[in-house]
Design a protein around this ligand. Structure first.
Ligand SMILES: *[C@@H]1O[C@H](CO)[C@@H](O)[C@H](O)[C@H]1NC(C)=O
Ligand SMILES: *[C@@H]1O[C@H](CO)[C@@H](O)[C@H](O)[C@H]1NC(C)=O
Ligand SMILES: *[C@@H]1O[C@H](CO)[C@@H](O)[C@H](O)[C@H]1NC(C)=O
Ligand SMILES: *[C@@H]1O[C@H](CO)[C@@H](O)[C@H](O)[C@H]1NC(C)=O
Length: 449
């Protein structure tokens, strides 16, 4: 049998699809269990009859390699729509998705929700989808692979917003036993998962996330996470917010945005790609090793992976263009936020944000902002994902960290994006290093109503 690279790719895709279907089928089990037993308080008080029927999922045999590429999205969305979720009345619930990329300031933005006592906040649950389905294809640009990932991601997001945290269990490795796991990614970043009743251990203000400090303390002292208990807490909160860096384009969310039961609002966080690059070079030292080499030697390594920053600009450009074009399906549901604006006037931006979402800004959020944006703190440099620092100064400090060559290089292929978002390009090193000259134009991006 002839084994061309095409058939290898097709086989790989087919196996991913089978894996995904298998996970979907397994995750259906805790579902019916959940429903046949006593429903949670939110279900009881406000829900009409709960339909737990599971529609037919496509069997592995139905997904031939030939048909897969073309029809996988339809297949996946079909499988999710036949999966009936309890239809309790949560139209008053607002669900927020923070769409971001790594090192764009999303930890900071996430805190504006995490600190709200009535918001259930999850930090990057899609990490588990990616590591279960595509462990080595983290940056995959293959359209078919991306669609598999995104189909699974959408399914999971829908379940999580409905507080079916059990759906997450099937992606966690090792598989949780008896709805208990100590492997939830970045549990410590979610305040609800580190406070009573989910965690009864007494934690200081740092560990409770009042001041963002050592996440590990929550993990160490709270013990394994009781997923069922976390789901109850989720149902008791009025709103839910999820942050992700694993969805590249707002268009990938259309099925969720259009779902009237979900009341989903998307906040897309963007940042100057030059700032993202500088921050990633500092943070992901292995992956961005060649960029450091460039900075140190002044010579661009021939095998530098340009996709590492190209992808950011392409994804931002296409997603933001869609958002700003104000298509009818996104009306009132999309807001663009520049990290630099958030860093410069966090309180004002938080008010605009909450106003857009139709939620009231709790005083604890305001207090958190005041506590965490005033100057540097001894906690700041300790943590990779820390948010405690002088946010305004931090937003443009990439200008002292990248070489002029690197900046010029990034500018050439990110030009359309820089223009769209109102970031000025520089043409000489003096301009780059002169911090009293801001590269962030004043722009207002009003959400479409
Ligand atoms: C859900 O609740 C809202 C607000 O209380 C109400 O306006 C709406 O009619 C309810 N929807 C259903 C389907 O019961
Ligand atoms: C987890 O929480 C649920 C719901 O409160 C409870 O019934 C169950 O016993 C707990 N499981 C463990 C292992 O503590
Ligand atoms: C803000 O800081 C004060 C004083 O350190 C502390 O008591 C309070 O709990 C903090 N509040 C928040 C929301 O971080
Ligand atoms: C830095 O920029 C400011 C504001 O544009 C300008 O007034 C100043 O002359 C610049 N300084 C230098 C050294 O170029």
């Amino acid at each position: 049998m002839q084994c061309s690279w095409k058939s290898v790719v097709l086989l790989a895709l087919a196996s991913i699809a089978i894996q995904y279907t298998a996970i979907r089928t397994f995750s259906a089990k805790p579902f019916s269990l959940l429903c046949s037993q006593a429903p949670g308080p939110a279900l009881e008080t406000s829900g009409p009859a709960v339909n737990c029927g599971l529609g037919a999922l496509p069997g592995p045999g139905q997904e031939t390699p030939e048909g897969f590429d073309r029809g996988c999205d339809e297949l996946l969305s079909a499988s999710s729509s036949t999966l009936s979720l309890p239809s309790y009345n949560d139209s008053r619930r607002t669900h927020v998705l923070i769409l971001a990329t790594t090192r764009s300031g999303s930890s900071f933005l996430g805190q504006l929700f995490n600190q709200h006592p009535e918001v259930f906040y999850l930090f990057e649950p899609l990490y588990h989808v990616q590591s279960a389905l595509l462990p080595r294809l983290a940056q995959s640009r293959n359209p078919a692979e991306r669609r598999v990932m995104l189909g699974a991601a959408r399914d999971l997001l829908r379940s999580l917003y409905h507080c079916h945290l059990n759906s997450l269990e099937s992606y966690i490795r090792p598989r949780p036993t008896q709805h208990s796991t100590d492997k939830l990614f970045r549990r410590g970043a979610s305040r609800a998962l580190c406070s009573p009743p989910v965690c009864e251990a007494s934690l200081g203000p740092v560990e409770r996330g009042l001041v963002l400090g050592d996440e590990g303390e929550c993990v160490r002292r709270c013990g394994a996470l009781n997923v069922s208990l976390a789901a109850e807490v989720c149902r008791d909160k009025r709103h839910a917010a999820i942050k992700t860096v694993r969805i590249p384009h707002v268009g990938d969310l259309r099925a969720l945005v259009e779902d009237p039961r979900l009341n989903l609002k998307v906040v897309q966080l963007v940042r100057d790609p030059r700032g993202i690059l500088a921050s990633r070079i500092e943070t992901f030292r292995d992956t961005y090793r060649l960029w450091r080499l460039w900075r140190a030697t002044g010579h661009r390594p021939y095998n530098l992976d340009l996709g590492q920053i190209n992808t950011v600009c392409e994804d931002f450009l296409s997603s933001v263009s869609t958002g700003l074009a104000r298509p009818a399906w996104l009306r009132g549901k999309y807001m663009l936020l520049r990290y630099e604006d958030l860093a410069r006037s966090p309180l004002q931006r938080a008010r605009e944000l909450y106003n857009f979402l139709g939620l009231s800004l709790d005083h604890s959020v305001e207090e958190w902002i005041l506590n965490n944006t005033r100057g540097s703190s001894e906690l700041s440099s300790r943590q990779k994902y820390g948010t405690i620092r002088n946010s305004a100064a931090n937003a443009e400090n990439w200008r002292q960290k990248l070489s002029f060559d690197m900046v010029m290089y990034t500018q050439t292929f990110c030009q359309p994006l820089l223009e769209l978002l109102g970031y000025k390009t520089v043409s000489h090193a003096g301009e780059l290093r002169n911090l009293s000259y801001s590269l962030v134009e004043d722009r207002t991006f009003l959400p479409s109503l």
